[in-house]
Design a protein around this ligand. Structure first.
Ligand code: TYM
Length: 336
């Protein structure tokens, strides 16, 4: 059985960008493929501690996992949910892969450059982040990794690390498929990058200070309306999808397609020839508010106990698979 695997950091409440970029695609894939694929959903708590935790880490983990269920994930025996730190093989494989990965590769990672830009000093975890991510993926021979476009560089790096390792030691690791094939598997035209509402050249991010830049999953309909109505657009005066020249308008079209679960092309056709940006904003604000309202209603019906039961079973499974793979790797290095 092939494996589909993803994780979302648990530093804080999620943005609509995280949700539409990673969680919704994962839920869609899990619901369509869980009869014949293993589906691994984990909370990367060790990746989360590279920066401050907003709130309480265990509570954030439970909340984040509840989100998958509220987003419509249908559970079955092929779906496994676990916390990264409860599977110690992730940290050990990360160390071993540190001895394979190159400093040059890691220092070229955009996320590292963004997070370290202008700072006098950053922690080593921020630099080493993609190697732990490679361990998360390679331990389970995962091939499909539904993530937003910003993480594709880390998937490429995982492939390079695995290739280098396999070349030296034989076919120990399965390579995740390359980003283009990931996009195809997710049934998207492009990688997903939901934009910052105020500054649509950038991705919507939890760490952006401006509240109007991001929609949080806990926002009220009034907050959503205010944020979308004040979104930055352009002076072209045509509603069309052109991420290069009209990133703000294109972002709204993209969001509308995702919250209504319809192809982007259909949304683009609906608005073709229209010129009133205010009408588009009203429609997107109403659709996002309905989407988040439905999501919050479902969320309220899921208990913490349900998540804890899932985690216990998931962690037993994950430790077994991960320890077997780690053992193969340790043997390759004569550590066992
Ligand atoms: P994190 O928490 O930074 O991001 C979680 C996911 O959300 C996606 N994302 C977006 N997608 C579209 N538009 C946006 N504006 C946007 N902002 C965030 C990210 O691409 C990501 O998919 N490194 C991962 C966590 C991780 C992981 C892994 C994922 C650790 N190990 C192994 C897969 C496999 C991350 O970016 O988390």
């Amino acid at each position: 059985m092939k494996t589909i695997l993803t994780g979302i950091r648990v530093n804080s409440e999620l943005t609509l960008g995280n949700f539409l970029g990673a969680m919704v695609p994962m839920v869609r894939l899990a619901n369509t493929h869980s009869a014949d694929y293993r589906i691994n959903i984990f909370a990367p708590d060790l990746h989360s501690i590279i920066s401050d935790i907003d709130g309480d880490l265990p509570a954030n983990i439970t909340r984040s996992l509840k989100y998958y269920l509220a987003a419509g994930l249908n559970l079955n025996d092929n779906i496994h949910v676990y916390r990264q730190s409860r599977v110690p093989a992730h940290s050990e494989l990360c160390w071993i892969l540190n001895c394979v990965a190159s400093m040059g590769d890691l220092s070229r990672m955009t996320q590292y450059k963004d997070k370290s830009e202008g700072k006098e000093s950053v922690n080593v975890g921020i630099f080493d982040y993609p190697v732990l991510m490679a361990a998360d993926i390679l331990l389970y021979d995962a091939e499909y990794i539904p993530v937003g476009e910003d993480q594709f560089q880390h998937i490429e790096l995982t492939r390079r690390i695995a290739e280098k390792f396999n070349k030296k030691f034989g076919d120990v690791f399965t390579l995740p498929v390359e980003p283009k094939a990931q996009i195809k598997f997710m049934q998207l035209n492009d990688g997903l990058r939901i934009r910052d509402l105020q500054n649509p050249e950038k991705k919507m991010s939890k760490s952006t200070a401006s509240e109007n830049s991001k929609i949080m999953l806990s926002d009220t309909p009034d907050q959503i309306k205010k944020k979308i109505m004040s979104a930055t657009t352009d002076s072209v005066g045509k509603i069309q999808y052109d991420m290069f020249n009209q990133p703000g308008i294109s972002n709204l079209l993209q969001i509308d397609a995702l919250v209504n679960d319809i192809p982007l092309q259909d949304v683009i056709s609906t608005w073709a020839g229209e010129t009133h940006y205010g009408d588009l904003k009203q429609k997107v604000a109403a659709d996002v508010a309905t989407f988040i309202d439905n999501f919050q209603r479902k969320l309220a019906t899921i208990s913490d106990d349900e998540i804890l039961t899932l985690l216990e079973a998931g962690e037993a499974y994950a430790n077994e698979i991960a320890n077997n793979k780690l053992h193969e790797v340790q043997k390759a290095f004569h550590l066992r």
